[in-house]
Design a binder for this molecule. Structure first.
Ligand code: HEC
Length: 162
């Protein structure tokens, strides 16, 4: 009776173990079939490119003088003079649009007229070049040429309707 009971247990136990082993093998085979495709050459290429772009250096030293000239002309130190309107838009309006620190407002015709009458156009240009009150010399942008400042003053006076 007892030994029969043990036999039944061992048989059942081995049966369950065998079934689980077989199931594991089946799962491994299926998993390999599914993931086999993803290991394709194409995906390996994409993974390679991603890795390359992640570890690529952030900058590059340019030693070709021609290349430097090209990149400089598209940057801040533009060889092309900026138009007066551009400068007023990008720089001067920072203070003159809202009248920061007593800057005459762009649309204050009366204020601009009296300043123009007092100093003349050249006097106003000189004020911008040397700075005046809260306005730093060259309005804080030393890269501005005299011609660009003149153009900016002209554009400003025009905008003010003077
Ligand atoms: C940091 C603020 C600021 C910026 C930027 C600025 N200005 Fe001014 N500007 C002032 C202030 C403040 C005054 C008034 C100065 C005073 O009369 O005491 C002024 C006055 C002037 C005057 C009158 C000067 C005079 O003698 O009456 C002119 C012209 C002028 N700005 C032109 C410009 C131009 C052109 C630019 C851009 C290239 C510019 N400003 C950018 C603050 C600024």
């Amino acid at each position: 009776m007892d030994s029969n009971h043990d036999k039944v247990f061992v048989t059942t136990f081995l049966g369950v173990i065998g079934f689980l082993v077989a199931l594991t093998v089946v799962i491994v085979v299926i998993a390999n079939m599914i993931t086999g495709d993803e290991d394709s050459e194409e995906l390996r290429q994409i993974a390679y490119e991603r890795t390359q772009s992640r570890i690529a250096p952030v900058g590059e030293v340019i030693t070709d003088p021609n290349a430097i000239k090209v990149s400089a002309s598209s940057g801040e130190s533009d060889a092309e003079p900026r138009s007066g309107e551009e400068i007023v838009q990008g720089l001067c309006s920072g203070c003159h649009a809202a009248g920061v620190a007593g800057a005459p407002k762009l649309d204050d015709t009366t204020e601009w007229s009296s300043r123009l009458d007092a100093l003349g156009r050249d006097g106003l240009v000189t004020s911008v070049i040397n700075g005046k009150g809260a306005m730093p010399p060259k309005a804080g942008d030393p890269s501005l040429s005299e011609a660009e400042i003149e153009a900016a003053v002209d554009a400003m006076l025009k905008q003010a309707g003077v």
